[in-house]
Design a binder for this molecule. Structure first.
Ligand code: ADA
Length: 556
């Protein structure tokens, strides 16, 4: 994981990935569980989704995971969880160290440990409980798999440590970056050495004073010889940062994303974004995709001619973002959530969870040059006056955290009925002409009308991305009628959309077809009755990544 805290020189880090002890406890409340009474009668892979594994497939309830690790130091340690879906309590040597709600994002659990063996027990809940996990709800159009679904690592931090590093582009000419090192210090006010190393050269070495508690040190660093990052030439660089006894390295790219009227520009050059919405889902692995499958997804996306992915509808695995950095795929990273209503956006528990989620999203992905925009609130009720304050709070929070990237949301409302378009830098339009409304022949006229209505309102003079459009095709289903659900219908619909958006009209700055791969949908009866096989079948490849007929059309 190039962009994480793993490839470091001095900080001792142990990966805790592997086989953990496991017990499925079922429909019990975490408060009623006595750790000492748990019978760990099974084992489970970490990372993994227990409810995708054959024995526990489809089960919802509380599960317990246990492992031990050897601490070589006494003192301040940190467990780094890349994601646990979607509620958990973490116990270190029997003591509750953290309770966390919400999956798909990294979080840390700090503890003081004695050198020797430490025992870690995690209670993981995958139930769809509004109170426990406000952002994981039963009505969504995806299956919420549960488990320790991304990697776990154990760091020794000591008394003074690097909390995080953010590297952002300050200017392109000469290439200059702003490096923001946040630190922690549990000791007294202290002097320490700060060093930046780039390509075996020491760029900075100075004594700094560390306040007690937390602090931030910021420096502008010119990197005269450093090549810029772009989708065509995805040049990446690595900076090593040392603060006292702690050190880590961070990978980054130098590039500017700008909005210029209807255009999105990277390093001053117009870019047309062509790609897919991507869920991280697989029938055997749930959300815990193995590295080789993530690589397959990237290869398929590149083969399809994509330079763009919308990470629907939650922050994507950092290993996916690493590959996008490396291979030049631009990403719309999106916060967790789906079709929020006034009931959600005026509820303080929900809003707290949503705001925490956007913070975690930005914090985890900020150094990835491939991330060119932030999104949130997919298909929420942005047409409802009661939701405007919620939209304003979420989008503004993202801007406060990172002013260098455009902010967007995907709207499924007629643009002139949408009350929040003025809050977005890029307009995302989700629309299903020829699928939920009208026929394939109606698509050109329906798209033209949407654009005209967008241009006549708050969207005028802003880039528009068609952030969802597509048709369901049951894999392998072909017949002479070529009607809905056949692969032929999907292929014809996508051909019409692409032709109209980019040959006939030229208003869209981007297209994210719905969707890359088929994925299991929610188990709610109302949803599943409209989802043959229980899957959302609008993938261009099926859930095992086997191409459908439309694949060849998109490539052309
Ligand atoms: C919506 C939603 C997607 C998916 C899609 C569909 O636009 O944003 O998550 O549910 O519809 O397939 O109907």
């Amino acid at each position: 994981m190039q962009n994480q805290l793993y490839k470091i020189d001095l900080r001792p880090v142990i990966s805790l990935d592997g086989v953990w002890d496991f017990a499925f406890l079922g429909d019990v409340a975490a408060d009623d569980v006595k750790l000492a009474n748990i019978l760990f009668d099974d084992c489970m892979n970490v990372p993994g989704c227990f409810d995708a594994a054959p024995k526990y497939a489809g089960k919802r309830g509380l599960a317990a995971y246990r492992t031990t690790a050897r601490l070589s130091h006494t003192g301040h340690h940190r467990l780094v969880f890349e994601a646990i879906n979607h509620w958990c309590q973490v116990f270190v040597n029997g003591q509750l160290a953290c309770e966390k709600s919400g999956g798909f994002t990294r979080f840390n659990v700090d503890f003081n440990g004695q050198s020797g063996t430490v025992e870690i027990i995690i209670l993981v809940d995958n139930r769809l409980d509004n109170g426990c996990s406000p952002l994981h709800l039963a009505y969504y159009d995806w299956y919420h798999y549960g488990g320790i679904c991304r990697s776990v690592a154990l760091h020794y931090l000591g008394d003074q440590w690097i909390e995080s590093v953010q590297i952002s582009t300050y200017k392109l000419e000469p290439p200059t970056v702003r490096v923001r090192v946040a630190y922690g210090n549990t000791g007294h006010l202290a002097e320490s050495e700060l060093k930046f190393k780039f390509r075996d050269q020491i760029l900075l070495a100075e004594q700094v004073i560390l306040e007690t508690g937390q602090g931030v040190i910021e420096r502008m660093i010119p990197l005269e010889q450093a090549a810029l990052w772009s989708p065509d030439l995805p040049n990446l660089h690595t900076l090593q940062i040392q603060l006292g006894q702690d050190a880590l390295q961070t990978r980054f790219g130098i590039r500017h994303v700008q909005i210029d009227g209807e255009q999105i520009k990277i390093n001053g050059k117009d870019i047309r974004l062509l790609g897919f919405n991507r869920h991280e889902s697989h029938p055997q692995f749930g959300h815990a995709l193995p590295q080789s499958l993530i690589m397959d997804d990237i290869q398929l996306l590149l083969d399809l001619g994509c330079n763009f992915v919308r990470g629907s509808h939650y922050p994507q695995d950092p290993r996916f973002l690493d590959l996008c950095d490396q291979l030049g795929i631009c990403v719309w990273v999106e916060a967790t959530g789906w079709q929020q209503t006034a009931e959600h956006l005026t509820d303080s528990t929900y809003m707290d969870a949503q705001l925490l989620n956007v913070e975690e999203m930005v914090w985890a992905a900020i150094n990835h040059p491939s991330v060119i925009m932030w999104g949130a609130l997919n298909e929420g009720r942005s047409d409802d006056p009661q939701c405007v304050a919620g939209y304003t709070a979420v989008l503004n929070r993202i801007r406060q955290l990172d002013a260098s990237r455009p902010v967007t949301f995907a709207s499924n409302h007629i643009p002139d009925a949408d009350l929040c378009l003025h809050l977005a830098d890029v307009i995302g339009i989700n629309t299903y002409p020829g699928w939920y409304q009208g026929e394939i022949e109606d698509i050109p006229q329906m798209l033209d009308e949407l654009f005209a209505r967008a241009d006549a309102t708050g969207a005028a003079d802003k880039p528009i991305i068609v952030s969802e459009i597509g048709a369901g095709a049951v894999p392998g289903w072909r017949d002479q009628h070529e009607t809905r659900w056949t692969e032929q219908y999907q292929a014809r619909l996508l051909e019409t959309v692409i032709e109209h958006l980019f040959s006939t009209r030229n208003r869209a700055a981007g297209l994210a077809i719905w969707q890359f791969c088929d994925m299991r949908s929610s188990e709610a009866v109302g949803r599943i009755l409209g989802r043959p096989r229980g899957f959302n079948n609008k993938g261009i490849v099926d859930e095992y990544r086997r191409p459908k007929s439309g694949y060849q059309i998109v490539i052309k």
